[in-house]
Design a protein around this ligand. Structure first.
Ligand code: PLP
Length: 391
């Protein structure tokens, strides 16, 4: 929901741009800290969701760790002085591993024996010991979109259970590696919390295996993936962190000296962001009308990439009474809302109900704080667009 003053500010800013509600971000972080601190859980921010400097500054001020998936993210996390840095990713290059070693990160989340052997070799050259966690594929279905599920055997991520024993035994032989934990991440935009319960059960079993093989673990990292409400951002601006953390408290068995770690991205930043755009044209098609925006898939690729839904609002109040279009129904008109990019997939939503819309109207595409700005491209030689902040 935007105040009159905010909309006024939008009207005087050239579009498109990302808008960040910093107050909502703070409130979200307060809620997250309140619930995670209850159980002594350590939360890392999954930086790939949004690496905007202003956003990082706010998140860092709440004392979160950082979860990075590239060498440049590690550099950025250390510039922002995040204390604990984890490094995840199925394809870490030698250069990135060296970056991580130079910055003495807390933990490498490792996805294969070959990767662990390379880290061992590079650590040896620097005369360092690398702390690692095994990223284990628990074969748990997150019931989310197939492109954002990661915890099934058919996905490229993690060490499979059937190879775990061999990988652990061989890792124990490596002199410049210290095993400190286990890591899981089953997918993203998970709204059915029972998937996390299944994860807890699997982690308990796996923990028993490590205990029976006398491999001590201090880090139990259960990843991220908590979903947000893309349909009702005004009703549910802050995710239900209370139920989320309580579920782990209830079902995850923890041994003395162990800390539970989370890597949360989307649930922290998604709702504080909107993509603000102007209507360039309204065009009648055969069976539908198109609202053509000045923002496209270059600014927000999620609908094209994952068929994801984003709520779209026309922020320009209509001067009543209004000229009525043919297809007008009670309460509005259905439009396909599209961008200007030369791709048919450059569509933000089909048959979206909006008030009658005209050239020059301001439109907000909601819940774009996560996997929006970070996924922007310069396709069609588009300009990189700016970010505007509420404060
Ligand atoms: C992307 C990612 C996360 C964060 O996922 P969200 O759904 O944004 O919370 C956490 N851990 C790893 C390993 C990831 O790749």
């Amino acid at each position: 929901m935007f105040s009159k003053e905010t909309i006024q500010k939008f009207q005087n800013t050239s579009t498109p741009f990302y808008y960040y509600d910093i107050e909502l971000l703070r409130k979200t972080l307060e809620a997250l800290k309140k619930e995670s601190d209850k159980y002594g859980y350590v939360v890392h921010y999954a930086m790939k969701a949004n690496a905007n400097d202003e956003i990082l500054r706010v998140i860092k001020s709440f004392g979160l760790g950082a979860d990075c998936v590239s060498g440049n993210e590690i550099k950025k996390a250390s510039e922002h002085e995040f204390e604990h840095i984890f490094f995840a990713g199925v394809g870490k290059s030698d250069e990135e591993i060296n970056t991580a070693l130079d910055r003495n990160i807390t933990c490498f989340n490792c996805e294969s024996l070959q990767e662990i052997e390379v880290i061992d070799e590079l650590a040896k050259k620097k005369n360092k010991i690398a702390q690692i966690a095994f990223r284990i594929n628990p074969n748990v279905n997150a019931h989310t979109h197939k492109y954002i599920t990661t915890g099934l055997e058919e996905n490229k991520f993690g060490i499979n259970l059937w190879e775990l024993e061999d990988v652990v035994m061989r890792t124990q032989q490596l002199k410049n590696i210290k095993i400190v934990g286990i890591h899981f991440h089953i997918g993203s935009q998970i709204t059915d919390l029972s998937a996390f319960k299944s994860l807890c059960m699997k982690v308990n079993e796996i923990q028993n295996w490590f205990a029976s093989h006398n491999v001590p673990l201090e880090i139990i990292n259960v990843g991220g993936g908590l979903g947000v409400d893309y349909h009702e951002p005004n009703k549910n601006p802050i995710p239900d962190f209370e139920s989320f953390f309580k579920l782990f408290k209830d079902f995850l068995e923890i041994r003395p000296n162990q800390k539970v770690h989370f890597e949360i991205g989307r649930a922290i930043v998604a709702q504080c962001g909107s993509l603000i755009s102007k209507v360039l044209y309204v065009k009648k098609g055969v069976s539908t009308s198109f609202v053509i925006l000045d923002a496209g898939m270059t600014e927000l690729i999620r609908p094209a990439l994952y068929q994801s839904y984003h709520k779209i609002e026309n922020l320009t109040p209509s001067p009543l009474p209004r000229e009525r279009g043919d297809s007008q129904q009670a309460g509005g008109v259905r439009y396909d809302v599209v961008g200007p990019i030369c791709e048919s997939s450059d569509c933000f939503g089909k048959a979206m109900m909006l008030p009658e819309t005209k050239r020059g109207d301001l439109v907000a595409i909601r819940t774009t704080g996560a996997y929006g700005e970070v996924m922007a491209s310069q396709y069609n030689l588009r300009e990189k667009v700016k970010a505007v902040y509420s404060e």
